[in-house]
Write a protein that binds this ligand. Structure first.
Ligand SMILES: [Mg+2]
Length: 258
């Protein structure tokens, strides 16, 4: 059998254009890691953040909780466990992961509503932009939200572009918020080859649990009064810094670089 010959005309070899590599931040330049909480710190999603728990529990258990619990600073699996207890569900008879799946579905369905009624806190776009363009500082998310819901909230309010969520830590990683800072630090190290020391890390949040999580990792903590807890109460907890809001970008840049 004769060998098949290509009938395609011979194409002269030409050098292919080479795309310039995306600039990769040099780990030597990195001095600070900023770990942002979401609700009450970067954004406020209002009643939607609360009502999705009602929807998720109703879908799995058949009824919503009799009342709302205080959620600030808690992880989603922690909140679900408290609600199941409040609903007098026998421990172990309902899988928290199944409720979290429904929670994700409920929030994804509400993404447009969050985009319309949610609020980005004062100064947040400015400070995230400053850090985004600063090679000395890495920023990511540490939140009690399950990861898909963090993406929905940040995406709906136009903040997702500032974050590589693969480096963040979420309620879906651990029910105990004290574990989350370490998880984020490990993911940042895997991404950039730079393991940040505790004194190089700032946790920024609006609740006592943000401080507890920071302290568990030895990191510093800035608490901000844009959530549900008055700034005087936050100050009384003894964080490294406390501010009524994050509107003064220059002062914030200076603080976080300190
Ligand atoms: Mg918060």
């Amino acid at each position: 059998m004769p060998a098949l010959e290509s009938t395609a005309p011979a194409r002269p070899w030409r050098p292919q254009p080479v795309e310039p590599a995306a600039p990769v931040p040099s780990w030597q330049a990195m001095r600070r890691l900023i770990l942002w909480d979401i609700d009450g710190t970067l954004v406020r999603c209002g009643d939607i953040s609360l009502s999705v728990f009602d929807s998720a529990l109703k879908a799995v258990v058949g009824r919503p909780p009799p009342r709302r619990i205080f959620m600030a600073g808690k992880t989603d699996p922690q909140i679900v466990a408290e609600y199941l207890d409040l609903l007098e569900i026998e421990p172990g008879s309902v899988d928290v992961a199944v409720v979290l799946g429904e929670l994700g579905r409920a929030l994804a369905a509400a993404a447009d509503d969050i985009g319309h009624t949610g609020v980005v806190m004062p100064g947040i776009e400015a400070i995230l932009t400053r850090i985004d363009t600063d090679p000395a500082t890495v920023q990511t998310i540490v939140t009690g939200n399950i990861a898909p819901n963090a993406a929905v909230k940040l995406g709906a309010l136009g903040l997702l572009r500032f974050f590589d969520l693969d480096t963040g830590a979420f309620g879906s990683d651990h029910a105990d918020r004290r574990q989350l800072v370490g998880i984020a630090v490990a993911r940042v190290a895997a991404r950039f080859g730079r393991h940040f020391a505790p004194e190089e890390i700032w946790v920024v949040g609006d609740a006592p649990n943000d401080l507890v999580a920071a302290r568990a990792a030895g990191a510093r903590c800035l608490l901000v009064g844009t959530g549900r807890i008055p700034v005087a109460d936050l100050a009384a907890l003894g964080p490294d810094a406390v501010l009524p809001d994050l509107a003064d970008t220059d002062a914030l840049v200076e603080l976080l670089a300190s």
